[in-house]
Design a protein around this ligand. Structure first.
Ligand code: DAH
Length: 339
């Protein structure tokens, strides 16, 4: 299109003026744009209108009509831009440039997320989910689990008693016995839940916390099943390069007992990899034959293995959180990072 055709020249001028109006960020700039295009003496559109007389008479009406149209489009755009720059008051109290409020979006608590991820891995390995009461008896919490009441764990110093022999369970292990009482082998369960202890609230302790219990009982269940299943869990949770170590330990309800540690491989943002220290993830062991017998199963026929782990610890490791209390204070700015 050449400027020699006055209609095309007007269309180009219109586009140029509208772009300049849009780009104007303040009233002064906008006023300069107005003068450039619509100024009485030197305005470019005004000049065209004034020059109509010199045009071929046959062209005059068309060019005149188009020039007036462009003038009106540009004037309207100038008014609108001016109103927008003047702010909310000029826009009838509405500030359309205000960013909208973000939609409030709920999310699962990071510890719940850890519980779900752990549970889903065991579900894929053939486990089902079990539960038991949070208020339980000394029998289920201690004695059935081969823990005599004079054991330090049963001390009122550590356990929250409600009345007489009823207490708030201090671990999820009582779900082992409650499940075995209800079902015949084979047993393959995961039991997440709240447990309670007389602990002071600090960076690594809370008087109420989550545990995840696991229990397998069947004929011919061996230490190999125990190690292989937990190693498989660790590799699925932390990645295939994860190393697993079983350290000898003691729990009254398992023999032998172990503490399970993992060493993870972390890939840094720059692609380099490094190994973490050994980190303890759970207590575990082969179910003590006394526990099998307390459940009413034949300990000569059935063997099993069990574990108890703390998903809060695992969530701390995963997210690099160093104070357990941040999970309980429920500061939305903290929680939002996990949704
Ligand atoms: N109940 C133990 C605790 O709270 C954890 C535990 C250890 C659970 C060994 C188990 C196990 O099932 O076999 O510290």
């Amino acid at each position: 299109m050449s400027d020699s055709n006055p209609i095309d020249a007007l269309t180009a001028l219109e586009a140029e003026a509208l772009a300049a109006i849009e780009a104007a960020e303040d009233g002064d700039t906008l006023e300069r744009v107005r003068v450039t295009y619509l100024g009485r003496s030197d305005g470019r559109i005004s000049a065209i209108l004034r020059g109509l007389g010199q045009l071929d008479p046959a062209m005059r009406p068309k060019v005149g009509q188009r020039a007036n149209q462009v003038k009106s489009v540009v004037s309207t755009a100038l008014e609108e831009r001016s109103a927008a720059l003047a702010g909310p008051a000029a826009a009838g109290g509405l500030d359309l440039s205000l960013p909208s409020r973000p939609r409030w979006k709920g999310g699962l608590h990071p510890i719940t997320q850890a519980v779900d991820e752990i549970w889903h891995i065991f579900r894929d390995l053939g486990f089902s989910r079990a539960r038991g009461p949070e208020a339980d008896t000394e029998w289920y919490n201690f004695e059935a689990l081969n823990t005599p009441l004079d054991h330090p764990a049963a001390d009122e110093q550590d356990t929250l008693y409600l009345v007489d022999s009823v207490l708030l369970r201090s671990h999820t292990s009582p779900v082992q016995m409650r499940t075995m009482e209800q079902y015949d082998p084979p047993i393959r369960i995961i039991a997440p839940g709240w447990v309670y202890r007389r602990d002071t609230y600090d960076a690594t302790h809370t008087p109420a916390f989550m545990q995840i219990e696991g229990l397998v009982v069947d004929e011919g269940v061996s230490f190999v099943d125990f190690k292989a299943t937990l190693a498989e869990f660790a590799r699925r949770y932390w990645g295939p390069d994860t190393q697993v170590r079983f350290r000898p330990s003691f729990f009254p309800f398992t023999e032998p007992s172990a503490e399970v540690d993992v060493k993870r491989v972390i890939t840094r943002p720059d692609g380099s990899r490094h190994e973490t220290d050994w980190l303890e993830i759970m207590g575990a062991g082969m179910v003590d034959p006394n526990v099998i017998a307390n459940a009413g199963y034949d300990p000569e026929r059935y063997t099993g293995w069990a574990f108890g782990m703390g998903p809060a610890r695992i969530a701390m490791m995963k997210h690099g959180v160093d104070d357990l209390r941040t999970f309980f204070e429920n500061d939305v700015r903290f929680l939002e990072q996990f949704s």
